[in-house]
Design a protein around this ligand. Structure first.
Ligand code: NAP
Length: 308
């Protein structure tokens, strides 16, 4: 188990631990003649998507998982993508199908995600997997919120009986995070852009999860002293005033800002972390877990499909 040496929950170390466990499972499966396989579909040339997908494929290689990168052109149609998914659904050596989002606007993303066999839906986006998660049945759960649960568990942070507040209700992060925390017996509240008096709710949270997509949105007065704060947000800031608001006096970030013209900040104002008993930093908190959990889901899919 990863050790918490201080209040900072070290996502990078926990992700490394999970990758090691996955590699051991892959080796055990190899002894039984099974090699888990992941197909990654990357449409067009979105620089951020290219970086993510390359990193996913590289991690597969490191862990002994078979991987295949498929790169349809930007002009690909929904029907062509559906045919591609149908082919991947049929192929025995493919256990996981990952369609990197966002897709070009002319492609029907929902129709495509619904076409992936639930048994191969390693992103956990298919409505069948969302339903299984809600029903508390074994399911492929979305990677980022699964990573949040792993951070809490492996850091020895109790969830049962706690008041958990999630800000954000996306299908990818907020909603599944709420379901996973409910399955861990937390008392869960989900907030969103229409929530009234947000601060009065977030201030009650023992576990506060921010998945909003707005730089430094949750400020110190919105956090209960002693809470565990999980910051899922990844926002790039380029404005000097924003930088000063969040990071004035931080020499390391100052150097990064000068060199790159931008820095990353989460959905929580870093000053709010001062109140927390434990928190995930940005970067290096939740971020590294996403790929680790994708690898874990691919192995899980390989086992579930074979009834192992
Ligand atoms: P999203 O689909 O845009 O959803 C954002 C959610 O925040 C929505 O439910 C929205 O409410 C809510 N929200 C927006 N403004 C709000 C406000 N003023 N008060 C309360 N709630 C508000 O975003 P997402 O995909 O869930 O991602 C959230 C963040 O996590 C982003 O920063 C993203 O970059 C990051 N992320 C990180 C990882 C990773 O670490 N690997 C993975 C995925 C996402 P409504 O529903 O009412 O609009």
């Amino acid at each position: 188990m990863a050790q918490i040496l201080d209040r900072v929950l070290n996502g990078a170390a926990i992700a490394a631990e999970i990758r090691q466990e996955v590699a051991a499972e892959v080796a055990a499966l190899a002894a039984r003649g099974v090699r888990p396989g992941l197909a990654a579909v990357l449409v067009g040339h979105v620089p951020a998507s290219e970086i993510y997908v390359r990193s996913k494929v590289k991690t597969c290689e490191e862990l002994g998982i078979f991987s295949e990168l498929i790169t349809p052109p930007e002009t690909v149609t929904t029907d062509e993508m559906l045919a591609l998914v149908a082919d991947l659904n049929r192929r025995e050596e493919i256990d996981g199908i990952l369609i990197q989002l966002p897709l070009p606007p002319h492609v029907d993303t929902k129709r495509l995600l619904d076409a992936v066999l639930p048994e191969k839906d390693v992103d956990g986006f298919h409505p069948v997997n969302a339903g299984r998660l809600q029903a508390g049945r074994p399911a492929l759960a979305p990677c980022t919120p699964s990573g949040v649960i792993e951070i809490l568990k492996r850091s020895g942070i109790a969830m049962a009986g706690t008041r958990a507040v999630i800000v954000g209700r996306s299908d990818i992060v907020g909603k599944p995070a709420a379901m996973l925390l409910l399955n861990e017996n937390a008392t869960v509240t989900i907030c969103h852009s229409k929530t009234r008096d947000l601060a009065s709710i977030t201030r009650e949270a023992d576990i506060l999860v921010a998945a909003i997509g707005r730089p430094g949105f949750l400020t110190a007065p919105m956090v209960k002293p002693g809470a565990t704060v999980i910051d899922v947000g990844i926002n790039r800031i380029t404005d000097r005033a924003d930088f000063d608001r969040f990071f004035a006096g931080d020499a390391k970030r100052e150097e990064t800002f000068a060199r790159r013209g931008s820095v990353i900040v989460g959905d929580v104002d870093p000053h709010a972390f001062d109140l927390a008993a434990a928190y995930t930093p940005v970067p290096g908190g939740v971020g590294p877990l996403t790929i680790a959990m994708l690898m874990a889901n691919t192995v899980k899919a390989a086992k579930l499909r074979r009834g192992l």
